[in-house]
Design a protein around this ligand. Structure first.
Ligand code: AMP
Ligand code: GLY
Length: 421
C-alpha cells in the first residue's frame, strides 16, 4: 500500500519509523516531514492544511491511504474534503471527520458531549462575557482553570491561584488573547490527581486500547515553569492497573464511542484521552483527535502490531478481529529542546549526533542543509527513546544518549519518569 503521512514532528517520525518496517507499506511519503522522516520515506513539501495540493498529490502518486498526524488538518476537515470528492473518496484517511475532531477543536463541544453521555469530567461553565465568568468563578475554590474554546497551539489553558488574577485573565482571553479561539472560554473546577494518557483506535463501531503513557508537559524539572508540547514520556504507567483500566473503558471509552455513534459521527481514527486519576477514579481533562507527541514516541516502540494491519481493520470496520500486542518492556523518551523553548527559540544550529546502540532518535524539529549537515529547526528538536526492563533503566539509557547529542543551547529534563519510581 502506498501511504501519505501528514505532519512533521517527532510523532510523525515515530509513525514513519513504524511504517518503514511494515510489510503492508510499499511506499511512504511524508508531507512535509523532517530530516528524520526523510530516512523512512520521501518528504514532499506540502502544507498539512492545503487539501487541494494534498488531493492532487494523492491522485498523481496513486496514494492508497492517508494517515494524519496533527490535529489541525482534521479540525479543518481533511476527511470531509476527501469524502466530498468522487475520486478522492475512494482513498481512506485515518482520522475523524470535522464533526468528530470537534472533540479537540472545541473545548465547549467536548464538555457538552461529555455532559450528554455522562462521561466524568470537571464541572464547568462556558462563558462569552466577564460578568458570566465572574459569577461562576466566585462559586469555585482556587486554583482556577480557564480554557480557550478553540485550538491555541497547546497554550490556551491558564491556571490561576488568585480570584482577581483569574478575572483579569478571563478578560484578556475574551478580548482576543488567543484570537478567535478565546472569544469563548470554558471555566472549570480544578481536579487534584495524577495525569496520564490513554490512546484508543476506533473503526466507529468497536475500539482497541493501545499502550498507555505519561507525558511531562512543564518545561522545568519537578513539573515547574511554563507548559510545553511535552518534554518526555514513559510507557507503561504503573498505576494504570486492571481496575483503573476497567473504569476508563466502562466510564469513558465505551460511552465516548457510543456517543459518537448516536450522534451520527463516523469516527475512524485515534482518540487520545488526557485523563486525571483522582483517587482511583478517572476524569477526562481533554480529548484529542490524534496521537500524542511525545507519547507516540513511547507507545509505538512497544506496539508489536503493524500499523497497516490496524488501519486496514479500521477502514473495513473489522477492528473487532484485531488483538493489540504490546512488548512487556518499558519505554522512555527524552525530548531535547532548543534554547528558549517554549518561548522564542534558536534555529539553524548544527546538531552533533553520535548514535548510541539500541536508542531510537526520533526527529522533531530538524532539517538538513545542502551539505547534508543536520540542523535544529524547531523548539522540540529530537526525542530519544529507549526500551528497558523497567522505566528506570529505559530512562537511564535515554538520558545517557541525550547527553551525547550536542547542539547550541540544548536542554532536556533529567527527571522524566522519576515520579513513577
Ligand atoms: P488541556 O489542554 O485541557 O489538556 O490542559 C492543559 C493542562 O492543564 C493539562 O495537562 C492539565 O495539567 C491542566 N489542567 C487542565 N484542566 C485541568 C483541571 N480541570 N484540573 C487540573 N488541571 C487541569
Ligand atoms: N503531549 C500532549 C499532546 O500531544 O497533546
Amino acid at each position: 500500500m502506498r501511504i501519505l503521512l501528514i505532519g512533521s514532528g517527532g510523532r510523525e517520525h515515530a509513525f514513519a519509523w513504524k511504517l518503514a518496517q511494515d510489510p503492508g507499506c510499499s511506499a511512504l511519503f511524508i508531507a512535509p516531514g523532517n530530516a528524520g522522516t526523510a530516512e523512512c520515506g520521501v518528504n514532499v513539501p506540502l502544507l498539512p492544511t492545503d487539501f487541494a495540493a494534498i488531493g492532487d498529490f494523492v491522485l498523481r502518486e496513486g496514494i492508497e491511504m492517508v494517515v494524519v498526524g496533527p490535529e489541525e488538518p482534521l479540525v479543518c476537515g481533511i476527511v470531509d474534503y476527501f469524502q466530498a470528492d468522487a475520486v478522492l473518496s475512494r482513498v481512506p484517511v485515518i482520522g475523524p471527520p470535522k464533526a468528530g475532531a470537534q472533540l479537540e477543536g472545541s473545548k465547549a463541544f467536548a464538555k457538552q458531549f461529555m455532559e450528554r453521555w455522562g462521561i466524568p469530567t470537571a464541572p464547568y461553565r462556558e462563558v462569552c462575557s466577564v460578568e458570566e465568568g465572574e459569577a461562576f468563578l466566585r462559586a469555585l475554590l482556587p486554583p482556577y482553570v480557564l480554557k480557550a474554546d478553540g485550538l491555541a497551539a497547546g497554550k490556551g489553558v491558564l491556571i490561576l491561584e488568585e480570584y482577581e488574577a483569574a478575572v483579569q485573565a478571563l478578560h484578556r482571553m475574551l478580548s482576543g488573547q488567543f484570537g478567535e479561539a478565546s472569544r469563548r472560554v470554558v471555566i472549570e473546577q480544578f481536579l487534584r490527581g495524577i495525569e496520564f494518557s490513554v490512546f484508543v483506535l476506533t473503526d466507529g463501531q468497536t475500539y482497541r486500547v493501545l499502550p498507555e503513557a505519561k507525558d511531562y508537559k512543564r518545561v522545568g524539572e519537578g513539573d515547574t515553569g511554563p507548559n510545553t508540547g511535552g518534554m518526555g514520556a514513559v510507557s507503561p504507567v504503573p498505576f494504570f492497573d486492571t481496575e483503573l483500566r476497567r473504569r476508563v473503558e466502562e466510564r469513558i471509552i465505551r460511552p465516548t464511542i457510543e456517543g459518537l455513534q448516536e450522534e451520527g459521527i463516523p469516527y475512524k481514527g485515534f482518540i487520545f484521552l488526557g485523563l486525571m486519576n483522582v483517587g482511583g477514579d478517572p476524569y477526562v481533562i481533554e480529548y484529542n483527535c490524534r496521537m500524542g507527541d511525545p507519547e507516540t514516541e513511547v507507545v509505538f516502540p512497544r506496539l508489536q502490531n503493524h500499523l497497516t494491519e490496524l488501519f486496514n481493520a479500521v477502514v473495513k470496520g473489522r477492528l473487532s478481529e484485531v488483538t493489540i500486542e504490546t512488548l512487556p518492556e518499558a519505554a522512555a523518551t527524552i525530548v531535547l529542546t532548543a534554547s528558549g523553548y517554549p518561548g522564542n527559540y534558536r534555529k539553524g544550529d548544527k546538531i552533533d549526533l553520535k548514535p548510541q546502540a539500541d536508542c531510537l532518535y526520533l526527529h522533531a524539529g530538524t532539517r538538513r542543509d545542502a551539505d547534508g549537515q543536520l540542523l535544529t529547526h524547531g523548539g522540540r528538536v529530537l526525542a530519544v527513546t529507549s526500551l528497558g526492563t523497567d522505566i528506570a533503566s529505559a530512562v537511564e539509557q535515554s538520558l545517557r544518549a541525550a547527553e551525547e547529542v550536542r547542539f547550541e543551547g540544548r536542554y532536556y529534563r533529567r527527571d522524566i519518569g522519576r515520579d513513577l519510581l
